[in-house]
Design a protein. Sequence first.
Length: 227
Amino acid sequence: MTDETPPLTGHDLIADYLTRLDGSPGVYRMLDRESRVLYVGKAKNLKNRVSSYARPQGHSARISRMISETTSMMFLTTKTETEALLLEQNLIKQLKPKYNVLLRDDKSFPNILVSREHGFPQIKKHRGAKTEKGTYYGPFASAGAVNRTLNQLHRFFLLRDCSTKHPHTSLFAISNQTLLRALRRLCDRGGLCGFGQRCRAIFGREIHAYSSRACPRDAERLGGDGI
């Protein structure tokens, strides 16, 4: 009768995985003995990042507890660090790991929101909890990526981006033609949203109410399902 070698766990397990990792960017998952995901992380260099968990000292109590519970790991390599960043965020949303605290509420990455809280839909950048009525697209790796995408969407779909919290918010409810003409001139000069004729929300009433509802549907068909 031979004694079975006990399975590796914690620091020893992670050190063993290091012998088979390279310097590729990617995402790693730490799992417990029930195969539940404890943590999802991303790395520009998987070998370097995971090596930090192999050290027996220098961790917070939370990280030390997570390492001690780890009985297996999974790895996915990506072509770029940005791909790893987005994959990490999506996995955290899907798996809701016990030890992830920053990304579970979607506060770390921006999305695009087509808001439905007003008769004239607004398209805008959004961060944080998705409590506003509308369709969300993303996540995006950076605010710059969101802004570039919004600029292209405005060129093709002419959705408004001016806020209903603007001092002239009453323009969306009034019927006073004199005030409408004044606000139209203001928007033509870039005073509201900076895009002049690009915004259909205030140029006329019924025809543009239809356009403002139709454009979001066209954008959604182009972009696929929201979140």
